[in-house]
Write a protein that binds this ligand. Structure first.
Ligand SMILES: NC(=O)c1ccc[n+]([C@@H]2O[C@H](COP(=O)([O-])OP(=O)(O)OC[C@H]3O[C@@H](n4cnc5c(N)ncnc54)[C@H](OP(=O)(O)O)[C@@H]3O)[C@@H](O)[C@H]2O)c1
Length: 263
């Protein structure tokens, strides 16, 4: 497929690499422009483009920037054909994104995204931490493969995105409509807990909307208290050998999932 990825941070870079290795034609764009992506693009067989060009002549657009930045680029979606699938990975963190009134008042993140860009989206890849996305993928059929929820209102689009999730090493599954996508947002049991398909489906059913923002902020504080070096690794994606994402273990403990068998 022809895929345009906007955002080349820890999530965008990993998605770009994996989707290119799977045979997709991938374009990448960021806030600093294509010149800043020349080396990354040439090393990984990608095209570095502007954000405006990332949405042209593609079948899928993946939006993976800080949520609060979206209003700055929303105009690029004007004129994008209706059949182009827009996937968004973005989570709401008020400390980073600034307070967004509608979301604070209960609007689902992805509904806010849809309103911003004036078209439907599929929510995917938001519920896995950057290190697990980078390191924990496995071939289809591997026992206990990590599963990722995919939410959206267009069934055909959702199935295509589930296949893209599969290509990145995870079992994508239908997690319902976009209005239900709050069940996979930060502070819910499926978020950054690296669950199998059965566990993940059950976890969605246990999500409590009203509790999620407080749980999100609790984890963020706990993680930033772990140590500065850990946070630096998580934010930069420079993972040392033997790195273990303690955040996943903290989340699992909090939501009552068993400890992981780290390879
Ligand atoms: N980190 C995680 O574990 C994780 C997990 C799941 C979902 N997410 C969500 O996925 C999204 C991306 O996360 P991330 O951790 O990859 O972020 P990140 O490492 O901070 O990277 C953000 C990327 O967005 C680009 N960007 C920022 N503002 C932009 C703008 N106005 N126009 C174009 N590009 C812009 C940045 O461009 P430059 O490179 O030029 O600065 C950068 O490439 C976020 O919404 C996050 O909440 C993150």
């Amino acid at each position: 497929m022809k895929i345009g990825i906007i955002g080349t941070g820890v999530i965008g870079k990993t998605l770009a690499r994996k989707l290119a290795v799977s045979g997709n034609q991938v374009r990448v764009a960021n806030s600093r422009g294509p010149e800043s992506l020349v080396d990354f693009a040439s090393e990984n067989g990608l095209n570095a483009v502007t954000c405006a060009d990332a949405v042209k002549d593609v079948e899928v657009i993946i939006l993976t920037i800080p949520l609060g930045q979206l209003p700055k680029i929303k105009e690029i979606f004007v004129g994008v054909p209706e059949d182009v699938i827009v996937v968004e990975t973005m989570n709401y963190y008020p400390y980073r994104d600034g307070a967004i009134e509608e979301i604070e008042n209960g609007m689902v993140n992805s509904v806010w995204v849809q309103n911003q860009i004036g078209r439907p989206v599929i929510k995917a890849f938001n519920s896995i931490g950057a290190y697990s996305l980078f390191a924990e993928g496995t071939p289809k059929g591997t026992p206990n493969r990590i599963a990722l929820p995919v939410a959206g209102d267009n069934q055909i689009a959702k199935e295509k995105v589930i296949e893209l999730v599969n290509q990145t090493g995870f079992d994508g599954f239908d997690a319902g409509s976009i209005s239900e996508s709050w069940k996979q947002q930060p502070g819910t049991p499926v978020y950054c807990t690296d669950l199998t398909m059965n566990e993940a489906k059950q976890a969605l059913g246990k999500a409590i909307k009203e509790d999620a923002p407080a749980a999100r902020d609790f984890f963020l504080k706990k993680l930033s208290d772990v140590d500065e070096a850990y946070m630096n690794i998580i934010l930069t994606g420079n993972y040392p050998d033997g790195f273990v994402d303690k955040g996943v273990d903290m989340n699992r403990e909090y939501f009552g999932f068993p400890q992981r068998n780290i390879k």
